[in-house]
Design a protein around this ligand. Structure first.
Ligand code: NAD
Length: 296
């Protein structure tokens, strides 16, 4: 079993991005700029946003954090997005999800200028991804592809089982793994909460991507010997012995499954770190596209 270490793989991506930014700034140009909107004070969202902003600083990006109260109206949030859409100094816009129930996530995502959609959730980005055209790939599936690339894991002809069909993880992951690209060309089975015989399907998998949000769901009896295991799950599980009162658990029972696997991602320290790497790569592309447009 080899660990797919998100710290190692994300460090490599960040170093590459940092070197790119240094080159850009040395020419006298401004650095790429990511704007993050955070509504309310959900603990997990605060943590994610803080680490995105911190990583921007580490690699030399500019970042702006827009904080709004939980009771912001949908109209006011849409107006904030329009402001950032028009701001020529902003390359990427990210609205941290989830949003409060009175705000339509779909409307908010659709309001982001597709050229600044670094989270890759806009219908234009999703359409391009489906057609295999250049686009912003949702950060988590993109991060997983970067992880496969870092460890040079061959995927061609393999059977990949993706558990979970969300628009931000499972579905785009299934599209990428089935696509005609260097770390794709898999035969993909996309499973969800209505899939019968999940264990039988998983037992046929060369690659399992678990993205359902149920801690410890994937057990060794679901895994064939030598399978590659990618654990996307992040759930806070209460634990009185932990400093914070909780622990982060993945969707895979790591201790039990690891000995059967050929490669496995840990949680924490796996896919989560790659997600930020994917987001920052998208932001550089948004920046470069914008500069290219200005030159035209
Ligand atoms: P979601 O709730 O939107 O979707 C969950 C999916 O799992 C659904 O499609 C559902 O049909 C499926 N599912 C639920 N129970 C199932 C079962 N028993 N059998 C088969 N399928 C089942 O979740 P999401 O936003 O895709 O997130 C999934 C997990 O990944 C969560 O733990 C989330 O916190 C985590 N996540 C991690 C990152 C990261 O950076 N590592 C990013 C996004 C989400």
């Amino acid at each position: 079993m080899q660990l797919l270490d998100g710290r190692v793989a994300s460090k490599a991506v960040k170093e590459q991005l940092k070197a790119e930014v240094e080159k850009i700034v040395a020419t006298g140009a401004r650095a790429p700029h990511l704007a993050v909107i955070l509504v309310g004070n959900n603990g997990a969202s605060e943590t994610y946003v803080a680490s995105k902003v911190k990583t921007c600083a580490e690699i030399g990006y500019q970042s702006t954090m827009v904080r709004r109260d939980l009771d912001i109206t949908e109209a006011d949030l849409l107006a904030e997005i329009q402001k950032l859409n028009k701001d020529q100094s902003v390359d990427g816009i990210l609205v941290q999800l989830p949003l409060p129930k009175h705000i339509s996530e779909q409307k908010v995502i659709a309001a982001i200028d597709p050229t600044k959609d670094v989270d890759g959730f806009h219908p234009v980005s999703a359409g391009n991804l489906t057609l295999g055209m250049p686009t912003f790939i949702p950060a988590t599936p993109y991060g997983i592809m970067l992880m496969l690339e870092h460890y040079q894991i061959p995927t061609k002809g393999k059977h990949a089982v993706v558990i979970g069909r969300s628009n931000i993880v499972g579905r785009p992951m299934s599209i990428l793994l089935s696509g005609n690209n260097p770390y794709g060309n898999c035969t993909v089975t996309l499973c969800h909460s209505h899939t019968p015989n999940l264990q039988d399907i998983c037992l046929q998998a060369d690659i399992i991507v678990a993205a359902l949000g149920r801690p410890g769901f994937v057990q060794p009896e679901m895994v064939k010997d030598g399978a590659i295991i990618i654990d996307v799950g992040i759930t806070r599980v209460e634990d009185a012995t932990a400093k914070k009162g909780y622990r982060i658990k993945g969707d895979v029972d790591f201790e039990a499954v690891a000995p059967k696997s050929s490669y496995i991602t840990p949680v924490p320290g796996g896919v989560g770190l790659m997600t930020i790497a994917g987001l920052l790569k998208n932001t550089l592309v948004a920046y470069e596209n914008r500069q290219e447009d200005l030159r035209r």
